[in-house]
Design a protein around this ligand. Sequence first.
Ligand SMILES: O[C@H]1[C@H](O)[C@@H](O)[C@H](O)[C@@H](O)[C@H]1O
Ligand SMILES: [Fe+2]
Ligand SMILES: [Fe+2]
Length: 317
Amino acid sequence: MAPSAIAETWSAERTDRDGQALEDLSDDIDAVNVLKANMKKEAEASLLAEKSKFDAEKDKTQFRQYEDACDRVKNFYREQHEKQTVAYNLKARNNFKSKTRAEMSIWEAMEKLNTLIDESDPDTSLSQIEHLLQSAEAMRRDGRPRWMQLTGLIHDLGKLLFFYDAEGQWDVVGDTFPVGCAFDKAIIYPDTFKNNPDSNDPIYSSKFGIYSPGCGLDNIMLSWGHDEYLYHIVKDQSTLPQEALAMIRYHSFYPWHTGNAYQEFMDEHDEKMLEAVRAFNPYDLYSKSDDVPSIEELKPYYLELIDEFFPTRVIKW
Ligand SMILES: O[C@H]1[C@H](O)[C@@H](O)[C@H](O)[C@@H](O)[C@H]1O
Ligand SMILES: [Fe+2]
Ligand SMILES: [Fe+2]
């Protein structure tokens, strides 16, 4: 065969071979994409559609009974509702950004938090570490994804704020609500806002206040406390997905996720996040009546889980 003919045959063969290889490759890519799409669907299904064990239980009515709550809880909310103003919120956010309060691991933070007894909570007398483990364990039992179990484990760690910059418990724990617009009736003890200076401000007390309809919850200032603080820490220092960030940021926003108030501020993203927060809520609230978890037994499992999503280990708080 003449050299040119050899070259032609070779190049034709090569083209065939390359063509085949390309086809194989694109088949592989298709297969990977199908797999990915299925995994995503499964993850969404397991997060949202699956029934939690709490859905079946009938005694939910015994939780969050604020009218029957003790004076400790009532006094807590009176103070909080009087002191959470726009001015305080701006000051607290500025202060938060100005420094690092401490450096420690997630587990160390859980241990540190353990001495705090939450004055706003009518439903549990357990320690914070026990509450965190109860929430995470309830999710693990229900087969929720690992990132969600971790979210359960850490969701109240923002209460650490109490040991640093807080003026009391009123700017750390309790339900949250927007400041800068009218306080909604869906907030517990709504009458206690009458002594909040913002109630007499013509703009802050109007329906939309300093916001506009559809502006998105990200642009709304929620009362300052453990949710907003932890949200900022976790957003910057973990690889947790946005659903986890929403669960942390809005888990105390009962007037929204349970009371259906403030819907007019939501954008499309918030619609998706609301589903995630609602999937999270029963594990926070109803796990409070579960058995007391054994901290030492559970520790190895959760230390591994923490490492999976917090690459730096030592967190700047
Ligand atoms: O008393 C509780 C407690 O402080 C929780 O951590 C908070 O998330 C709830 O919203 C509140 O009702
Ligand atoms: Fe909380
Ligand atoms: Fe909680």
